[in-house]
Write a protein that binds this ligand. Structure first.
Ligand code: UDX
Length: 441
């Protein structure tokens, strides 16, 4: 089948490439000409394991093409996906400008029947607005004779494992309002679902809400665990044991119960805010999610206060090694990463930071203050040289079992603030470290 993908950001590029990988013919369109040129040359603008190889293989085999010309891409594609950004506005609402612009462009360029599939994460009602935008443009052109349908098909890709998530999804959600579109999209996605019941058809508003509800549910689990972790420290319980005990209940499950320094990334913070905003504007305040957001914000401060209280509040002149700048492992994405809050707080108090991240370093450099008080290091051991403490913020695999003796030789003081509970407190004590974790004092 022929497919046109509007937007070559994270979602559009991964979706377009995976659709090409199973044999579809895909045009990826973007307004950013330099990005399209780079993609044509096989240069990938994001770090995502496996993506670069998959893009170059499909480009070579002619199934994946890049262009800035929507008309060229639309001409032979019955399916048009909209996968552009929906950044949060100042009030937390999703900014729909790019989605609706894309819909208008489709209306002004299409010449035959299209299924317009919104893939961007959008509030309930947006797919309907996109339908109106396409219609309006057709009306302006005097081409009301052209037929089209709309659908909403959310993405559930995790950065760092997006290709696996797309190729073997837990489920594919398809929101439509008619059988013909459902059949067409069911056929398009059938290559990815080894069991047919993994494709879930529903109404468009239900599909739009399913996306926000899923991310908000996961964020709720994390904030609940973070609040429980703080409680554990007060009562002498261990959150890791509690997590294990809870997660073994099949009804609860063990995923997304890891406490830490709060969730980050491009989705959870934005989607929780957007659902809070939507609820409020429909007269149903999402009070549970307001707390989820509040706990997430205060979690980083709580962790930072732990660092301060170890030193009796004065950390000026101290040197901190920071392991991990990306918001989670296997990505160079630093959006809403804990490091972007915690490093500036350390600097404000007069400390120096020696930072290391396997792939997020360049993005972090651009986002953090430009000061000689942040030294970017070549590896995690170099970051420890003369450090008064290690602060672990992202659980990259190489940080899991480091050479502790070597670490001790390099550090001035043997203190670890572990924001991801990567080490066992009893073992750290045996090794001679002063160790602070999350909810396990
Ligand atoms: C998320 C959703 O998982 C995905 O389905 C959706 O399409 C996009 O948003 P992503 O943002 O890539 O994916 O990251 P994810 O792996 O879900 O982690 C989100 C945040 O939660 C990270 O900051 C992570 O560190 C944190 N997290 C996750 C926890 O603090 N504890 C956990 O147990 C799990």
């Amino acid at each position: 089948m022929h497919i046109c993908m509007i937007g070559t950001g994270y979602v559009g590029l991964v979706t377009g490439t995976c659709l090409a990988e199973v044999g579809h013919s895909v045009w990826c369109v973007d307004v950013d000409g330099s990005k399209i040129e780079r993609l044509k040359n096989g240069e990938i603008p994001i770090y995502e394991p496996g993506l670069e190889d998959m893009v170059s293989r499909n480009v070579k085999q002619g199934r994946l093409r890049f262009t800035t010309d929507l008309k060229e891409a639309l001409d032979d594609s019955p399916f048009v996906f909209i996968a552009v950004g929906t950044p949060p506005g100042e009030d937390g609402s999703a900014d729909l400008r790019y989605v609706l612009d894309a819909a208008r462009q489709i209306g002004s360029a299409m010449e035959d029947y299209k299924v317009v599939v919104v893939k961007s994460t959008v509030p309930v009602g947006t797919t309907e607005k996109a339908r109106l935008c396409v219609s309006e443009e057709l009306g302006i052109r005097g081409r009301d004779d052209l037929d089209f349908d709309v659908a909403f098909c959310p993405e559930f890709l995790k950065e760092g494992s997006a290709i696996d998530d797309f190729m073997s999804p837990d489920r594919v959600v398809i929101g439509t309002d008619n059988q013909k579109t459902a059949d067409l999209l069911g056929e398009l996605f059938s290559a990815f679902s080894f069991r047919e019941d993994r494709i879930i058809f529903m109404s468009i508003p239900s599909a739009e809400l399913t996306k926000y509800a899923s991310n908000s549910m996961l964020a709720t689990r994390i904030s609940f665990m973070n609040q429980l972790a703080r409680f554990c420290e007060k009562i002498g319980a261990d959150i890791d044991q509690v997590r294990h005990g809870m997660g073994s209940d099949g009804r609860i499950g063990s995923a997304f119960l890891y406490p830490g320094v709060g969730y980050g990334g491009s989705c959870f913070p934005k989607d929780v805010k957007a659902l809070i905003h939507s609820g409020r504007s429909h007269g149903v305040p999402m009070t549970l999610l307001e707390s989820v957001e509040e706990i997430n914000k205060s979690q980083r401060k709580w962790f930072f206060d732990k660092i301060l209280s170890h030193y009796g509040a004065d950390i000026s002149g101290k040197i901190f090694a920071v392991w991990g700048l990306s918001f989670k492992p296997n990505t160079d994405d630093i959006r809403e990463a804990p490091a972007l809050d915690i490093i500036p707080w350390l600097l404000e108090k007069g400390a120096t930071v020696r930072a290391y991240d396997p792939v997020g370093q360049e993005n972090a450099k651009a986002a953090l203050p430009n000061t000689e008080n942040i030294v970017y290091c070549d590896d995690n051991y170099q970051a420890l040289e003369n450090a008064d403490a290690l602060i672990l913020l992202t659980e990259w695999l190489p940080f899991r079992r480091p050479e502790f003796d070597r670490m001790k030789d390099l550090m001035r003081e043997h203190v670890i603030f572990d924001g991801r509970n990567q080490y066992r407190p009893d073992r750290m004590a045996d090794l001679g470290f002063v160790y602070y974790g999350i909810g396990r004092e």
